[in-house]
Design a protein around this ligand. Structure first.
Ligand code: RP5
Length: 176
C-alpha cells in the first residue's frame, strides 16, 4: 500500500472511515504522477486509499481488489498504468463500480501506448479514460468527486467553489 488517507471530520457522510475512492496504480513508479489524484481527493476531504497492484505482475491481487471494492464501500476506482496498460480494464472487468483510467507517460512512447491501451476498451466494459499524466490524475480525482457529488450537496458546493476560484484566477491574471 502506498498511502491510506482518511478524512478529518467524522460528521459528514463523505468522511466516514470507509474509503469512497480507491486509487490504484501498476507500479510505485506511477506514484509521483498519481499523488496528484490523492492530493486532490485530500483537498476535497474525500476519504480515499491508494495501492500498487499490477494487471500483469499481480493479476490475482488486482482482481481480488476489484471484486471486493464495492462491498467495502468504495464508490469510484481510479486506475493508472503505463505501457501495455491493462490495469483499468482488468479492474473494470471485475466490478460494476465506475472505473476511471489514467494513462501514465511512458519512456518508450511518451504515454501514447498507455493511452491507447487504457482507452480502447471493447463495448460492454467501460473505462472512463482521462489525459496522460498529471493532468489526467488530477482530473480523474475531480471526476470521481463529481460522481460522488450526485446526492452529496456539500461536495457539489465545494466543486462549485473550486471552479469559481479557478475562474477568478484567470480573470485576475495580468501579463507583463
Ligand atoms: C506499468 O508499467 C506501470 O503502471 C508503470 O507505469 C510501468 C513501468 O513499471 P515499472 O517498470 O517502473 O515498475 O505496469
Amino acid at each position: 500500500m502506498v498511502k491510506k488517507s482518511r478524512s478529518k471530520n467524522p460528521q459528514s457522510e463523505i468522511r466516514k472511515s470507509k474509503s469512497l475512492v480507491a486509487v490504484v496504480m501498476g507500479s510505485k513508479s506511477d506514484w509521483d504522477t498519481m499523488r496528484a489524484a490523492a492530493d486532490t481527493l485530500e483537498q476535497f476531504e474525500v476519504a480515499h486509499e491508494s495501492h500498487v497492484m499490477s494487471a500483469h505482475r499481480s493479476p490475482s491481487l488486482a482482481s481480488d481488489f476489484a471484486g471486493t471494492a464495492e462491498s467495502r464501500g468504495v464508490e469510484v476506482i481510479i486506475a493508472a498504468a503505463g505501457g501495455a496498460a491493462h490495469l483499468a480494464g482488468v479492474i473494470a472487468a471485475h466490478t460494476i463500480l465506475p472505473v476511471l483510467g489514467v494513462p501514465m507517460k511512458s519512456d518508450a512512447l511518451n504515454g501514447l501506448d498507455s493511452l491507447l491501451s487504457t482507452v480502447q476498451m471493447p463495448a460492454g466494459i467501460p473505462v472512463g479514460t482521462l489525459a496522460i499524466g498529471k493532468a489526467g490524475a488530477t482530473n480523474a480525482a475531480l471526476l470521481a468527486i463529481a460522481i460522488l457529488a450526485n446526492g452529496r450537496p456539500e461536495l457539489k458546493k465545494k466543486l462549485r467553489e473550486f471552479r469559481a476560484q479557478q475562474e477568478k484566477k484567470i480573470r485576475e491574471t495580468k501579463l507583463d
